[in-house]
Design a protein around this ligand. Sequence first.
Ligand SMILES: [Mn+2]
Length: 230
Amino acid sequence: MTYVMSDLHGEYQKFLQMLELIRPGDEDVIYILGDIVDRGEEPINLLLDIMNRKNVIPLMGNHDFLACDILKQLVKEITPGTTALAPKLMNQVLDWMDDGGINTMLQFRELQPCQREKILKFISGFSFVEIVEIDEKCFIMSHAGLGNYQKGKKLKEYTVYELIAARPDVDKRCFDDESVFIVCGHTPTRNLCGENRIYQTNGNIFIDCGAVFGGKLGCLCLDTMEEFYV
Ligand SMILES: [Mn+2]
């Protein structure tokens, strides 16, 4: 079976509860469509856990991208002789803190240098788009969907912004072929349909059910289209 979830945002306990519920076997694959870090309680424990699971495939979210970029700079900048950060980096750090980065930064700081390096390398390797074909269906997955969608535009032509940070047009059907679906997180479904549940419309499947915002962690099985919530 192939499962998808997204926007875990440090909700490590909910992730473990979801695994209890779906009980994936060695043959099963779980895609996490980005935003593993920031906002929630245990972003680094969650990353360390995911790193050691062979059947979990993480994709890049805007929070993961930003955290990785800033942490790489901080690791380089903060040496025993550092007394102040460059203003540009300082502003980036402050914006990140405003956007829920505090736990990610503090917990990252507790790690040994080799673990830090391993985590940054791990996040840097997240892919931006994955395509899965199951039976007659094709699922195109990314954190934010296909922003500024245009017919005929190749997947590799989408910018990082369009794949991890754009907001969706829920009324737009992108592919005429009704067996093709775009699966994404990033925008909580409560903002799209008024409820914390997986929302399907016009060939788009939105799966961010607001786990870190008092909603739920949702998970969709792409083989059966069964929905799971914790
Ligand atoms: Mn996001």
